[in-house]
Design a binder for this molecule. Structure first.
Ligand code: F6P
Length: 332
């Protein structure tokens, strides 16, 4: 089948996530396999505004499937939020003769994709935009899973396991702040996986006595002499939580902010495999001329959805996981 799509661009935008490179590789290799040229746009949407691009070949994506970060670099573009910025981006697409763009990133990237697709439609141009979800926050409404989440969970778990060794030896309390400005997926999954004493997430209103003080007390009463409190950054700073524990329980916690370490590292099997399938599907959608779409996972399958509809969807943290956590930490 010969496709009307001759040349596409691929970019990564927003906070990076392990597996973005695997997705870029899949996009480039699938495009070439379908006889479509692929141009790498560097530094996200700002690269499209500033004509910052690099033609991609099969070898430009060799040996990157195992690498964290993104070879295309990433950025958050203020300029792209304005019509004038997007008009310059559209001009770049016209200049390069792009028929489609694959944008790999999180919520901000997708909002940019939607604004671009609307502006393109108003101008009557032909350019399809397809989004591939990649963020360690796992907070994209239309997709059960986002590239990078599994690796970030495993990185945090490895760090906390190490912390536990020393906390146990010194019989201390550890407060670990993990990423998640608006979403507690990372904190809750990690908390469950390390057997945390308490997990604080933005989705649940904090009652310090119930959620922290009582949990530490109960653990102590059952014989535990070290405590692990996992805090999503959206709840507040780990340092503040630590100070409050000191005031209200009288122990002296050690606070660790895992920070950007969670965004790096070689992607896990799940992230490489998902990124490969999503990147493949993104190009497939463009070649089939389906228009503006978002790729996602639903019940393990890779699906594509209309962009407007997909971005109106919401995803809520299953609070059942919180109940499991509570059952496992408070019923001893
Ligand atoms: O990628 C999402 C995220 O990891 C959030 O959880 C976090 O708040 C944010 O990025 C921090 O990113 P940056 O420091 O790059 O602005």
């Amino acid at each position: 089948m010969s496709s009307a799509v001759k040349r596409i661009g691929v970019l990564t935008s927003g906070g990076d996530a392990p597996g973005m490179n695997a997705a870029v590789r899949a996009v480039v290799r699938t495009a070439l396999n379908r006889g479509v040229e692929c141009i790498g746009i560097r530094r996200g949407w700002s690269g499209l505004i500033n004509s910052d691009f690099v033609p991609m070949t099969s070898s430009s994506v060799s040996h990157i499937i195992d690498k964290g970060g993104t070879i295309l670099y990433t950025a958050r573009s203020q300029e792209f939020l304005d019509r004038e910025g997007r008009a310059r981006a559209i001009a770049t697409c016209k200049l390069l003769g792009l028929d489609g763009i694959v944008a790999i990133g999180g919520d901000g990237t997708f909002r940019g994709a939607l604004a671009l697709s609307r502006q393109v439609a108003e101008g009557g141009q032909k350019l399809s935009v397809v989004g591939v979800p990649a963020t360690i926050d796992n907070d994209i409404g239309c997709s059960n899973y986002t590239i990078g989440f599994d690796t970030a969970c495993n990185t945090a778990i490895q760090c906390i396991d190490k912390l536990r060794d020393t906390m146990q030896s010194h019989e201390r309390c550890s407060v670990v702040e993990v990423m998640g400005r608006h979403a507690g997926f990372l904190a809750l999954y990690v908390g469950l996986a390390v057997g945390a004493t308490a997990v604080l997430i933005p989705e649940r209103e904090l009652d310090f006595q119930r959620d922290v003080v009582e949990k530490i007390r109960r653990a102590r009463l059952t014989g535990t002499t070290h405590f692990m409190i996992v805090v999503a950054e959206g709840v507040g700073s780990g340092v503040e939580i630590g100070e409050r524990i000191h005031e209200e329980v009288g122990i002296d916690p050690r606070v660790t902010v895992l920070g950007h370490i969670q965004r790096g590292g070689s992607p896990t099997a799940r992230d490489r495999e998902t990124a490969s399938r999503m990147g493949y599907e993104a190009v497939q959608v463009l070649v089939e001329g389906k228009g503006n779409r978002i790729i996602g996972t639903q019940e393990g399958r890779i699906v594509d959805m209309d962009m407007e509809e997909a971005l109106a969807m919401e995803k809520h943290l299953e609070m059942h996981r919180y109940e499991v956590l509570e059952a496992l930490t408070t019923s001893v």
